[in-house]
Design a protein around this ligand. Structure first.
Ligand code: NAP
Length: 290
């Protein structure tokens, strides 16, 4: 059985470090970091993620402001709110919870966010900084994966890392971070990749971020590989009080015994994404106010 990469435990460690820094600020009569959160619509998963982020802010002593809008909000109105947050000196960083309603262009929204306040690390400026000597606000989920590997002392240097999923917020920045910071050799796969298994079987480190439960089966993974499952999909489950359970993209039960390290879903990458958001908010605060 592979060693479990316990994201919850590591996220708690990071939260304690951030809380300690906030306490120092308070003791020095400084104001504390303040996170803005834009939440649009009624989608259950988005509300759950935002609640998790608010809970984390409270736990570390950050201030937060939640701006909630109906799914019918127009793109131009939303852009105005973003401009206001960009200008608000009291807000150190903010996020726009994805996904957005179809009539709103994610690209337009991301383009307008001031990169200094982009604590999700989505803007082109922050994305590009992955390959600079001084990275700025790193994309939160890949940042969380790198932290998890680092804190469990998983070697990435010289390893072959295969990433399945090439999205702007997870797969693509993950590949750059694995090259730049991880010093790994990287293969990136997407939905047009032919014979996915041929690639995944070569992975020393396999990172999967697609959103298709069961995509990666045991025969697609070599023995002793490190498995990072970023995928989160809600599947109906009448035995659960909440009516669903969360599944990752990998067949955990059959892959765990042959892996060296593996993340669970839930409790793996998810908590680290929130921890990265806290680290980025603290960094945004420090870059703007010290
Ligand atoms: P996304 O924007 O839908 O991207 C999915 C990626 O998977 C795309 O690059 C797509 O390829 C690729 N893909 C689709 N089918 C494939 C297949 N059969 N084989 C190989 N690649 C395939 O999703 P995302 O935002 O990156 O999120 C991915 C998953 O991670 C979702 O389940 C999401 O809920 C989860 N997630 C988790 C966290 C966390 O904190 N744990 C954070 C963010 C996202 P193309 O590029 O060719 O379309």
């Amino acid at each position: 059985m592979g060693k479990l990469l316990d994201g919850k435990k590591m996220a708690n460690e990071i939260q304690s470090e951030v809380a300690h820094r906030v306490e120092e600020l308070r003791n020095n009569n400084k104001r504390v970091p303040h996170l803005g959160i834009i939440l649009i619509g009624e989608e259950g998963a988005s509300h759950t993620y935002v609640n998790g982020k608010i809970k984390a802010c409270k736990a570390v002593g950050f201030e937060y402001t939640l701006l909630q809008f109906a799914a019918t909000i127009t793109e131009s109105k939303l852009l105005k709110h973003i401009e206001r947050l960009n200008q608000d000196d009291d807000i150190d960083g903010f996020i726009v919870q994805l996904p957005l309603p179809e009539h709103i262009s994610v690209e337009q929204i991301i383009t307008l966010i001031d990169s200094k306040k982009d604590v999700d690390g989505f803007t082109n400026h922050n994305f590009g900084s992955i390959i600079s000597d001084q990275p700025l606000l790193l994309p939160a989920t890949p940042f969380g994966v790198m932290e998890l590997l680092k804190r469990y002392q998983v070697t990435t240097k010289g390893k072959h890392c295969v990433i399945v999923g090439a999205s702007r917020i997870v797969g693509a920045p993950m590949s750059l971070m694995m090259v730049e910071q991880g010093q790994a050799t990287v293969t990136i796969c997407h939905k047009f990749t032919q014979d996915l298994a041929e690639h995944t079987r070569k992975a020393d480190i396999l990172i999967v971020a697609v959103g298709k439960p069961g995509l990666i089966t045991a025969d697609m993974v070599k023995s002793d590989a490190v498995i990072i499952d970023v995928g989160i999909t809600r599947v109906p489950d009448t035995t659960k009080k909440i009516g669903f359970r969360l599944l990752g993209d990998v067949d955990f039960e059959n892959i765990a015994p042959k892996s060296s390290f593996i993340t669970p879903v839930p409790g793996g990458v998810g908590p680290l994404t929130i921890a990265s958001l806290l680290l980025n908010t603290l960094k945004a605060y420090e870059q703007q106010h010290t």
